[in-house]
Design a protein around this ligand. Structure first.
Ligand SMILES: [Zn+2]
Ligand SMILES: [Zn+2]
Length: 241
C-alpha cells in the first residue's frame, strides 16, 4: 500500500509499505481522508520530541472498515480516537485515560492514518453517521479537542468570549462557543488569512498588531469577557524551519 512516511527532519516521502496485519483486538481501516495537524508539521521539521523515523504520520482521519474482525461490519464509516493509553496507571484507572501517564498517539508514536490502510484496536473506533461527508469525519478529532477545551472553561450561555489564535483549534473553539450560545465571539489573530477566515465565519476578528486589544475588547464587552487562550507558536517560529 502507499503511505506517507517521515524519514527525518524535512524528509517525507510516499512509500510502498506492507498492509498492516491485525490481531484479534484490532480492525483494519481503509483511510479516506487524513488531516494535517500542527503536530504533523512539528514532526516534519524534526521538532516533535517523540516522533521517531520511519513513521507513518496522521492522527486525524476517516475511512471505512476494511476488516472488521467481528467488531465492526466491513464498509462501516468510522473515525478514530487516536490515543493509546496503558489502561493500568492511576489516570487510566480513574477514567481519565486521555491523560494516561504514558500517553501515546497513532501517527506520532506508532503508525497513523496517512496511508491507504491503518490498523487500530477496535475500542478506539467510532462509527460515523452514514450521511456525514468523509472530509468532516476526518475533522472529528480536532473538533473534539475544541469541545473538550471549551468544557474546561467556565463558559455560560450568553457570555462574551475572546479566543486568542485563529488556527484550526482556535476557530473550532470559536465555532463550539457559537453553537453553545455565546453572545459575542472575538477572535484575536495577527495572520491576515486567518483573520479573514475568522470574520467570514461570523466572528469579530481583531488584529493586535493594529489596534489596542484591551481597549477594544473592553469597549465591545463593556468590560466583561471570558478569555480563552491558544498559545501554540506558529510553525515558522519553531527551530530548524
Ligand atoms: Zn492533532
Ligand atoms: Zn495509563
Amino acid at each position: 500500500m502507499k503511505a506517507i512516511v517521515y524519514h527525518g527532519p524535512k524528509e517525507i516521502s510516499l512509500d510502498d509499505v506492507p498492509v498492516p496485519e491485525i490481531n484479534q483486538d484490532e480492525v483494519l481501516i481503509k483511510v479516506h481522508y487524513a488531516g494535517i495537524c500542527g503536530s504533523d508539521l512539528n514532526i516534519y521539521v524534526g521538532a516533535h520530541p517523540r516522533a521517531k523515523s520511519p513513521l507513518i504520520t496522521g492522527h486525524e482521519f476517516s475511512g471505512v472498515i476494511a476488516k472488521g474482525n467481528g467488531h465492526f461490519k466491513e464498509g462501516t464509516p468510522v473515525t478514530v480516537r487516536p490515543l493509546i493509553s496503558c489502561q493500568h496507571c492511576a489516570p487510566c484507572e480513574n477514567g481519565v485515560s486521555h491523560v494516561c501517564s504514558s500517553l501515546k498517539l497513532y501517527g506520532i508514536d506508532t503508525a497513523g492514518g496517512m496511508a491507504e490502510y491503518v490498523k487500530v484496536p477496535a475500542n478506539v473506533v467510532h462509527q460515523l453517521p452514514a450521511d456525514m461527508p468523509m472530509t468532516i469525519g476526518a475533522f472529528v478529532e480536532p473538533l473534539a479537542v475544541a469541545v473538550h477545551a471549551v468544557s474546561r472553561t467556565n463558559f455560560n450561555v450568553g457570555d462574551s468570549v475572546v479566543v486568542f489564535g485563529a488556527g484550526t483549534i482556535g476557530l473550532c473553539m470559536a465555532s463550539v462557543l457559537q453553537a453553545g450560545g455565546a453572545k459575542q465571539i472575538i477572535v484575536v489573530e495577527t495572520n491576515p488569512y486567518r483573520l479573514q477566515l475568522a470574520s467570514e465565519l461570523g466572528f469579530i476578528a481583531l488584529n493586535p498588531a493594529e489596534i489596542d486589544i484591551t481597549a477594544r475588547v473592553s469597549e465591545l464587552t463593556k468590560g466583561i469577557a471570558l478569555m480563552s487562550c491558544m498559545t501554540v507558536p506558529p510553525i515558522r517560529l519553531l527551530p530548524h524551519c
